[in-house]
Design a protein around this ligand. Structure first.
Ligand code: MRU
Length: 362
């Protein structure tokens, strides 16, 4: 999507190098990095230079390719799989991408593996762009229907960043918003700041501003109040893993938004590409691994100081104990619908099976 007059993707190949935007520096600096080794690709995912379920998957695919450049042996291939698998546990797109890459590469002779891997990683990236664009087309119709029923902009609340920075392009939750904006439908986005890492404040706010979409940043606790006062027409979030039964795992705090939406009769939709569905999982709360991240993410916030420097600020007493689960699970009963590349499904085993019969049967 647009940054100024330029079109950016979140990961791309240039002069034979895999390039990413270092998202830990946004919104203050646009820093582009090249990933040159397997360890760098793993660090990019683990330390969240890149993040968001689909982009984690695409980066893992390129990480395997990068590993094949220096060691295309079977040992090198298995090491790439193991190192990348260990980076982050919750987004199932990581496992999906490695499964797309590794068994197929193993069938080629080592000298052919690098080229094959780059090609497949490129295909996975292109597939993500097309998938998210289709999600946008389906979600657009929801927004259009709401716009026809009320004067003024459609107010959409979103949590974390499920925007183009979390995918290769378009985003999942944001694709319908971008498409509505392009279609001339007035939209206004409420952006949850999304503590502890503030992906809403840092990333979604930057995306919306870069694309000229009206928006306002709100603190995480404001959503319920806005819903009670009729100021939210629709919630759309992304997801890191959705079970075959429609339970949705997403950034911590999503569940509370779904509860508030349910209490206030506000439609709560989740946008997801099909690689985010874990067809083996049936109960999100008990089966999805929830990443626990460093307590420093709770104790410190990152921002820009008055002198223009960017740094971290402690917000709690020294040595205050912390706990930092990064995701939560919203039960399917609280989800109005799942916006996928094949259409909108009810959040249920039947709804997903109707859209993806070949996967549900496997
Ligand atoms: O910890 P993050 O920033 O990787 O978490 C991202 C999210 O929770 C997104 O909502 C999710 O990955 C969907 S991205 C299209």
């Amino acid at each position: 999507m647009k940054v100024g007059h330029d079109h950016f993707r979140s990961i791309w190949v240039e002069s034979g190098e895999v390039r990413i935007i270092d998202q830990t520096q946004l919104p203050h600096k646009l820093v582009i990095k090249s990933l040159e080794t397997l360890d760098e690709a793993a660090a990019a995912i683990r330390d969240m230079w890149v993040r968001g379920a689909p982009l984690i998957g695409a980066t893992a695919a390129y990480g395997v390719a990068i590993a094949m450049r220096s060691d295309p042996s079977d040992v090198g291939l298995n090491r790439a799989r193991d190192v990348l698998t260990a980076t982050r546990p919750t987004a199932v797109n990581l496992r999906w991408a490695l499964q797309e890459m590794v068994p197929q590469l193993a069938t080629f002779e080592p000298p052919d593996r690098y080229e094959r891997a780059m090609k497949r990683a490129g295909e996975i990236s292109e597939q993500d762009v097309a998938t998210n664009s289709a999600i946008g087309d389906h979600g657009l119709e929801l927004i259009r229907a709401l716009a026809e029923r009320k004067p003024g902009p459609v107010n959409i609340l979103t949590h974390c960043n499920a925007g183009w920075l979390a995918t290769v392009d378009w985003g999942t939750a944001t694709a319908p918003i971008y498409k509505a904006h392009h279609a001339g439908i007035p939209v206004h986005v409420w952006i949850d700041e999304t503590r502890p890492r503030n992906q809403g404040a840092h990333l979604t706010a930057w995306e919306m501003a870069s694309h000229g979409i009206p928006h306002a940043l709100i603190v995480d606790n404001a959503g319920g109040h806005l819903m009670q006062h009729g100021e939210v027409d629709l919630v759309i979030t992304g997801t890191d893993r959705t079970t075959a039964t429609g339970d949705v795992c997403n950034k911590i705090g999503t569940y509370l938004k779904a509860l508030a939406a349910h209490d206030n009769g506000v439609p709560f939709y989740v946008a997801l590409p099909s690689p985010t569905i874990d067809w083996q999982a049936r109960d999100g709360v008990s089966e999805i691994p929830i990443e626990n991240r460093s307590g420093d993410e709770v104790s410190f916030v990152q921002g820009k100081f008055a002198d223009g420097s960017v740094g971290q600020l402690r917000i709690s007493p020294e040595n205050t104990p912390t706990h930092n689960p990064a995701f939560d699970v919203t039960p399917a009963r609280l989800v109005t619908g799942l916006i996928t590349e094949r259409g909108i499904a009810s959040a249920s085993a039947e709804g997903l099976a109707a859209l993806f019969p070949e996967m549900a049967a496997s």
